[in-house]
Write a protein that binds this ligand. Structure first.
Ligand code: NAD
Length: 528
C-alpha cells in the first residue's frame, strides 16, 4: 500500500445495523464449522504478513514506535499466535469427556465446546494491533463473530486495522467500528454475548455497567502500579538492566511496566549505577534517538507524566529532560522519600521510575505493595533466595510475577495473561483466548433402560428409594473427624475394609492395599 488508509469514525447511526448483521451471521451458524474458522485465521495471517510494512509505518506515525519493537511485539507476535492457534485448534475444540462414576457411563456424558455468541473487543492505544487482534484470534478460533473497536488515540493504526480486517475477513462476521466515546457508547448499547475490554479502570466501570444491563460477561484487561522488589539477596547489576528495559520499551507505555522500585539499602548504589549504565548502553546516541525510543502518545499523556514528575518531591538520579513538541520524555530515575510522593499517586505509563529505600526486607516491601495497590498486574522481585520468593508469592496478589526480571511472564504467549481485582478479570492468550470465548456445555443422553435406576427420583419418596439412591453414590468412608482432623486409627481401617472403602484422595494404591491388609488383621482379631 503506497498510502496508509485515512481514519474515519463509523457513523453512530450505522452501528446498530453493523451489530444486527453480526447477529444475523451468528444465527446463520456459518462461523461455527472448524473449517470456516481455520480459513479465516489463515486469511488473517496473510493479511498481517502482507501489511507488515504498513503496520510498522502506522505505529511509527502514532507512537514513533521503533521498527524492531513493532516487528517483534506486534507483527511477529500475531503471526505466532495465529500459527499456534491453527496448530492446536482441533485439539482445543474437541469435546471433553465428563468425569463421572460408572453409574452414569450409559448417559455418555461429554462437555461440548461451543462458541459464546457475538463478541465485542475494545482495545487500548499502546499496542493497537496486538491488543485487538490477539482477542480476535481467540474469537475466530472459538467460532464467534466479533466487532473490534480500536483506540481512537492511534488513528493511523485504527484505520489500518479496519483495512486489514476488512480485506481478510467476511465483513458481516468480523468488522471494525472506529471512533471515540460516542461511537463506543453506541456499540456498548448493543447486546453482545461477551465483551473484552483493554484499558483503564475508570472506563472499565462504564463497560461493566453497560454489559451488566444485558448480563453480558466481561473480560477486563486493566493496569495498576507494578512494584519491583530489590532485596539484599538480589543481583543488583542485573536488576538495573532488566528494570531499565521494562521502563524504555514502548517508552514505558505498557500495562506491565515497572511503576516503582523498593530497594534494600545495601543494593541502592549498584542498582542506580546499573540502571544508568543500561540506558547508556541501550541508547549510545541518547534517548532522543527517534529510531530506537518511542514517544508519548499525545499531549494529554505527555502533560500528565511530566506533571507527576514536577509534583514529585524526589531527587532525580538519572534523566529528567523532556521535549513537549516531540512528546519525548527521557528515561528518568527518581529517588522518592515515601508513599505520599506524587509519582505513586497513579500508574505512570511512561518512562519515569521512582524508587525508595526499604529497610525492613521483604516483609516491609510486601506490606507496601498491599498499601500502594493491592492487586497490580505485574509484580517483579529481584532475589535469588527461594524463601524470599516464596514469602512474596504468599503475601501479595498480582496478575503475574517475574522473578529476577520485569514483564517476562507476559512475554510467553502460551501462558494465560490477565489481572486480578483492580488490574482486571479473566484472561486470554493461547488456549486461554479460545476458552475465553467458548462455553463448556455438558451434554448427556439418558437411555430408556436407565428408568429402573431412576425410579429413586420420582415421588412418592420412600426410605427404600433413598437407601437405593445413597448406594448408587458410592460414598467412601471418610478419614477425618468432626474437628476436621485426619483419623487413620484402627476404626478407620476397619470401616474402610467393611465398606470396601472406595478410595479417598489421601492415598495411593500402596496405601489402600496396606489399609486392606491392616483391616483384614483387625477383622480376624475382632472375630476371636
Ligand atoms: P485508551 O484511551 O486507548 O482507551 C481504551 C479504550 O477505551 C479505547 O478503545 C477508547 O475508545 C475506550 N473509551 C475511552 N473512554 C471511553 C468511555 N467513556 N466509554 C467507552 N469507551 C471509552 O487507553 P487507556 O485506557 O488510556 O489505556 C491505558 C490503560 O490501559 C492503562 O491503565 C494500562 O495499564 C491499561 N492497559 C492494560 C492492558 C492489559 O492487557 N491489561 C494492556 C494495555 C493497557
Amino acid at each position: 500500500m503506497s498510502e496508509l488508509p485515512t481514519y474515519a469514525s463509523t457513523p453512530v447511526a450505522d452501528i446498530a445495523g453493523v451489530h444486527a448483521r453480526l447477529v444475523e451471521t451468528w444465527e446463520s451458524g456459518r462461523t461455527i464449522p472448524l473449517e470456516y474458522r481455520k480459513i479465516a485465521l489463515r486469511k488473517l495471517y496473510h493479511a498481517i504478513k502482507d501489511n507488515t510494512e504498513n503496520i510498522v509505518a502506522a505505529l511509527k506515525a502514532d507512537l514513533n514506535k521503533p521498527e524492531k519493537e513493532s516487528l517483534m511485539i506486534e507483527v511477529c507476535w500475531l503471526e505466532k499466535d495465529i500459527l499456534d492457534t491453527l496448530a492446536q485448534l482441533d485439539k482445543w475444540a474437541k469435546d471433553e469427556k465428563a468425569p463421572t462414576s460408572i453409574i452414569y457411563a450409559g448417559l455418555k456424558p461429554r462437555m461440548k465446546k461451543g462458541p459464546m455468541g457475538t463478541v465485542l473487543i475494545i482495545g487500548a492505544f499502546n499496542y493497537p494491533f496486538q491488543l485487538t487482534v490477539v482477542p480476535l484470534i481467540g474469537a475466530i478460533a472459538a467460532g464467534c463473530p466479533a466487532i473490534v473497536k480500536p483506540s481512537e488515540m492511534c488513528p493511523v493504526s485504527a484505520a489500518l486495522l479496519a483495512h486489514i480486517i476488512g480485506q481478510a475477513l467476511e465483513p458481516d462476521a468480523y468488522t471494525v467500528v472506529n471512533g471515540g466515546i460516542p461511537e463506543t457508547t453506541e456499540v456498548l448499547a448493543q447486546k453482545f454475548d461477551k465483551i473484552m475490554y483493554t484499558g483503564n479502570g475508570q472506563v472499565a466501570r462504564i463497560v461493566s455497567a453497560a454489559a451488566a444491563k444485558n448480563l453480558t460477561p466481561v473480560i477486563l484487561e486493566l493496569g495498576g502500579l507494578n512494584p519491583v522488589f530489590i532485596t539484599s539477596k538480589a543481583d543488583a547489576k542485573l536488576a538495573g538492566k532488566r528494570i531499565g528495559w521494562g521502563k524504555v520499551h514502548n517508552a514505558g507505555q505498557i500495562c506491565i511496566s515497572p511503576d516503582y522500585v523498593m530497594v534494600d539499602p545495601s543494593m541502592e548504589e549498584a542498582f542506580v549505577q546499573s540502571f544508568t549504565d543500561a540506558i547508556n548502553e541501550f541508547y549510545p546516541n541518547g534517548t532522543d534517538d527517534k529510531e530506537n525510543f518511542g514517544r508519548i502518545v499525545n499531549d494529554r499523556h505527555f502533560k500528565r507524566i511530566t506533571g507527576l514528575l514536577e509534583k514529585s518531591k524526589g531527587e532525580v538520579k538519572f534523566g529528567g529532560k523532556s521535549d513537549a513538541a516531540e512528546r519525548w520524555i527521557e528515561p528518568t530515575l527518581v529517588k522518592i522519600g515515601g508513599l505520599d510522593d506524587a509519582l505513586l499517586s497513579e500508574e505512570i505509563f511512561g518512562p519515569v521510575l521512582p524508587y525508595m529505600i526499604v529497610e525492613g526486607g521483604v516483609q516491609e516491601m510486601s506490606s507496601i505493595v498491599r498499601k500502594v495497590g493491592d492487586c497490580p498486574l505485574g509484580l517483579y522481585a529481584f532475589t535469588n533466595d527461594a524463601k524470599e520468593q516464596e514469602y512474596i508469592v504468599n503475601t501479595t496478589r498480582s496478575g503475574g510475577i517475574s522473578f529476577n526480571d520485569t514483564m517476562f511472564h507476559a512475554a510467553i504467549q502460551s501462558i494465560p495473561f490477565g489481572g486480578i481485582g483492580e488490574s482486571g478479570t479473566g484472561c486470554y492468550r493461547g488456549k486461554a483466548s479460545f476458552d475465553a470465548f467458548t462455553h463448556l456445555r455438558p451434554i448427556i443422553d439418558q437411555p430408556g433402560w436407565m428408568e429402573g435406576q431412576l425410579d429413586v427420583r420420582y415421588p412418592p419418596y420412600t426410605d427404600a428409594k433413598y437407601k437405593k439412591y445413597r448406594m448408587t453414590q458410592f460414598l467412601p468412608a471418610v478419614d477425618f473427624d468432626s474437628n476436621g482432623k485426619i483419623v487413620t486409627g484402627m476404626w478407620y481401617y476397619w470401616r474402610r475394609l467393611v465398606l470396601l472403602g472406595a478410595g479417598t484422595k489421601r492415598g495411593g494404591v500402596v496405601r489402600h492395599l496396606l489399609a486392606a491388609l491392616i483391616g483384614l488383621c483387625f477383622w480376624k482379631w475382632g472375630k476371636k
